[in-house]
Design a protein around this ligand. Structure first.
Ligand SMILES: Cc1cc2nc3c(=O)[nH]c(=O)nc-3n(C[C@H](O)[C@H](O)[C@H](O)COP(=O)(O)OP(=O)(O)OC[C@H]3O[C@@H](n4cnc5c(N)ncnc54)[C@H](O)[C@@H]3O)c2cc1C
Length: 425
């Protein structure tokens, strides 16, 4: 891998997401060698993926080169590599570009879409966890309208214009809101010869409310906002299958659709090697102690989505969200320096900064610890927080300008089929 030899301890970080970057930044000026491995050369700001899928933002504005984040630090090395296996006995990571020994290893590999073992759903539905997946979805949505315009078969046309989002968490809700805005503001102008009133946007949630982790008020308001936008909110319904044409559920309800977006869950992006049954949770996360050490290891840590830290407030592990990942990354940086100096590490305490979701133009719901609010002010707060956490000045400027332009012009200019989406056979 061409990593220079050094007398400093080598810390390998797998993953340049929120957690890995926060950790690398903390360690990069210290007397350690940091090697960050990621299968992509960019950090992906996942909370705005839905805006890429719906043509509101270009993909470049939510991605940032990992090398650039840490360019000024001489002891930092980035390699574009997929880690295939962790050989914990020999302190080695095995990757597609070679093997590398570590003194300390930090797994920050995040999560991937959870289809709960349903291979057919996995094959036919669309996920939205990566930038390429979001671009696929953008292409498919636009291709559907192009195809709908051409077909004289009413059944086929309706299926092309029927969107089913499975999962009523923030991702599903934000996507549904954005699709509804497109239906209202863009489709009638772009497709005057198509009856776009028949576009249906459905969101299916298995429990009795959407935005389950948020307050009742936020959940109810989000549902009201969606219904006002014309989204069909289906609750207490579980999707059982999708064969590429029909969504079946645990009730009599079925949906004939060409597009299912699966936002019903994620699971840890586990890497082979650390897979002993006693420290993997049901959602494929690595059980860690209060110092983020993977159970049974002193020199292997996990942070972010892949780590399952059980606390009194979170008996199933801290939420798989950006804040726990960032906070764990920062704290582990401090703890590793303590460890290297032979000093005691500090237990991680999660500071809950709140949860928020936006539902189309001018509407959002925000649950902070002390305040809960909904509507236009919440929408401004949502925008400010997302701009603040986006990495890179250029990205912040581009996103801000895009949002202002989209707001004033009721437009989403990135509705481009750059790379047509090909369905799997
Ligand atoms: C659509 C969507 C919307 C979201 N919205 C919000 C939101 O509004 N608010 C919020 O707080 N959270 C949100 N989240 C969740 C949030 O993005 C995650 O919790 C957060 O990204 C976790 O950070 P992480 O560093 O653990 O993992 P990630 O950010 O996923 O980073 C993991 C990194 O590891 C790399 N990697 C994985 N496996 C390997 C391997 N084998 N070899 C090399 N590299 C590897 C990946 O390429 C990636 O760069 C959203 C997630 C999605 C998908």
């Amino acid at each position: 891998m061409n990593i220079p030899r050094t007398s400093f301890p080598r810390i390998i970080i797998i993953g340049g997401g929120f957690a890995g970057i926060a950790l690398a930044k903390k360690l990069s000026k210290q007397e350690v060698q940091v090697v960050l491995l990621d299968k992509n050369n960019y950090h992906n700001f996942q909370p705005l993926l839905y805006q890429v899928s719906t043509g509101g933002l270009e993909p470049d504005s939510i991605a940032y080169p990992i090398r650039k984040v840490l360019k000024d630090f001489p002891n930092f090395h980035f390699r574009l590599a997929n880690v295939d296996e962790i050989d914990a006995k020999n302190n080695t990571v095995i990757t597609n570009i070679g093997n590398l020994k570590f003194d300390y290893l930090v797994v920050a590999s995040g999560s991937k879409t959870n289809y709960f073992g349903n291979a057919e759903v996995e094959k036919h539905s669309m996920a939205m966890k990566t930038i390429p997946q979001s671009l696929n979805l953008r292409s498919l949505i636009l291709e559907n309208f192009e195809d709908a315009l051409l077909t004289s078969n009413l059944h086929e046309r309706n299926a092309l214009m029927n969107f089913v989002i499975v999962g009523g968490g923030p991702t599903g809700v934000e996507l549904a809101g954005a699709l509804a805005e497109i239906k209202k503001g863009i489709l009638p102008k772009d497709y005057p010869d198509l009856d776009t009133r028949s576009v249906q946007i459905n969101i299916i949630q298995s429990s009795d409310c959407i935005l389950k982790g948020m307050s009742d008020k936020a959940s109810q308001k989000a549902e009201d906002f969606l219904e006002k936008l014309g989204v069909n909110v289906w609750k207490n319904i579980r999707v059982t299958n999708y064969d590429g044409k029909t969504v079946t559920t645990n009730t009599d309800l079925i949906f004939e659709t060409a597009t299912v977006i699966w936002a019903a869950g994620v699971k840890g992006a586990l890497i082979k090697g650390l897979d002993a049954a006693d420290f993997i949770t049901r959602s494929n996360r690595l059980l860690v102690n209060e110092f983020n050490q993977v159970k049974d290891y002193n020199h292997i840590f996990a942070i972010g989505d892949i780590a399952c830290m059980v606390t009194n407030d979170f008996p199933d592990g801290l939420p798989m969200m950006a804040q726990p990942a960032i906070q764990q990354g920062k704290q582990l940086g401090d703890n590793m320096l303590q460890l290297l100096e032979g000093k005691p590490m500090k237990s991680f305490v999660y500071k809950d900064k709140g949860v928020m979701a936006t539902i189309g133009r001018n509407k959002a719901v925000v649950d902070l610890k002390r305040f809960k609010f909904q509507g236009i002010f919440a929408w401004y707060v949502w925008m400010f927080v997302h701009l603040f956490f986006l990495i890179g000045f250029r990205n912040r400027m581009v996103v801000f300008i895009n949002w202002v332009y989209n707001y004033v012009r009721f437009d989403r200019e990135a509705r481009l089929i750059i790379r047509p989406f090909k369905r799997k056979n």
